[in-house]
Ligand binder design. Structure first.
Ligand SMILES: [Zn+2]
Ligand SMILES: [Zn+2]
Length: 343
């Protein structure tokens, strides 16, 4: 008699090649030592998922189950993991710095050259189940709603970006580019007591920023007029969250004397910089990428636990997981501030 072995399968969103994402039956992954298996409940589509989907990230190995923003429940624990309970609600911190290199020792694991990137360079969470190191799995307090919890990862990015600047509450800052990170940064900064001037080239994106407490500058404003607005408001830090090459050039051109520009966007083309004016005006260019493990996730979860911010306010659409391909197309058209999926 034949010995029938059953491999349990799950539905997973596999990016076959750029623009082609399919729901496939894949083997349910087994958690190894120090890992947990999570039954996913909510997922977020990030700008970087869109950029992988559009084929802009050449180092992503395809086919791949993409996706890195997600919450779910602990379903199985690998050897050596005991700090969770089965069924406990958790969020994934999807960048895994090595912890042993010189940069990690300096507390700069966000730029660790050995960093593993879940859902970008290896299997991610756009699937019914995901396996994650327990060290990068965070228990969620009950007071945080699912729709807020699924935005913890991008909110941690926004928090880290805000903390990269030297601006302090009470200061005037400018946000350039109102995608998810720009909007979350706007919300955080407004709640913390910064004066925020928000700008996006696309008309209609500023309405939400205004609701979140920012002063919005009209989309058709020229760089010269933008400079006047920023000058009058005594803007000391500018956050480039647009991720398009002209944004940094525009920020530098319009930045007041002595201002710092924090680059958080990931433009795939070089920007023009006027070195003469940069130096003469004492401007500073800083950069911010993701977050620091573990502090930034800890801080973000605490802010949500205390009801300080409600990141779910930026969600513009929600799809069932089965409609992932449709949701990816919607995210790629650029009109949405944030799309989430649920199981
Ligand atoms: Zn993300
Ligand atoms: Zn490292």
């Amino acid at each position: 008699m034949r010995n029938l072995t059953h491999t349990a399968t799950m539905k997973a969103g596999v990016l076959q090649k750029p623009q082609v994402i399919e729901l496939r039956d894949c083997a349910i992954p087994e958690p190894g030592e120090g890992e947990v298996r999570i039954k996913m409940e909510y997922l977020g589509i990030c700008g970087s998922d869109v950029s992988i989907y559009q084929g802009h990230r050449v180092n992503t190995p395809l086919p791949l189950i993409i996706g890195h923003e997600g919450i779910g429940r602990i379903e199985k624990m690998g050897a050596g993991v005991s700090r969770f309970t089965i069924g406990q609600r958790v969020v994934i911190e999807p960048n895994f710095p090595c912890g042993h290199c010189a940069l990690c020792w300096q507390g700069r694991g966000n730029i660790c050259p050995h960093k593993r990137i879940f859902g970008v360079l290896e299997t991610g969470c756009f699937a019914e189940y995901a396996v994650v190191p327990a060290q990068f799995t965070w228990a969620l307090p009950d007071s945080i709603a699912d729709e807020d919890a699924v935005l913890i990862e991008p909110l941690a990015v926004a928090l880290h970006t805000l903390y990269t600047s030297t601006a302090r509450p009470g200061d005037s800052i400018a946000v350039l580019g109102l995608g998810a990170i720009g909007l979350l940064l706007t919300q955080l900064a407004c709640r913390m007591g910064y004066q925020v001037m928000a700008y996006d080239r696309v008309e209609g994106k500023t309405a939400l920023a205004r609701q979140l407490g920012a002063k919005a500058i009209p989309a058709q404003t020229s760089a010269t007029d933008l400079a006047d607005h920023w000058q009058q408001a005594k803007v000391s830090s500018i956050f480039e969250c647009a991720g398009a090459a002209p944004a940094l050039s525009m920020a530098l051109e319009a930045a007041p004397r002595g201002a710092s520009i924090v680059v958080a966007g990931l433009a795939d083309k070089p920007s023009a910089i006027n070195e003469f004016s940069l130096t003469r005006q004492g401007q500073q260019v800083l950069s911010s990428i993701i977050y620091q493990h573990p502090l930034d996730f800890q801080r973000t979860i605490t802010l949500l636990e205390n009801g300080f911010v409600q990141p779910s306010k930026i969600i513009s659409a929600q799809y069932p997981f089965e409609e992932l391909p449709k949701a990816m197309d919607a995210a790629a058209n650029g009109q949405h501030s944030k799309i989430i999926l649920h199981f």
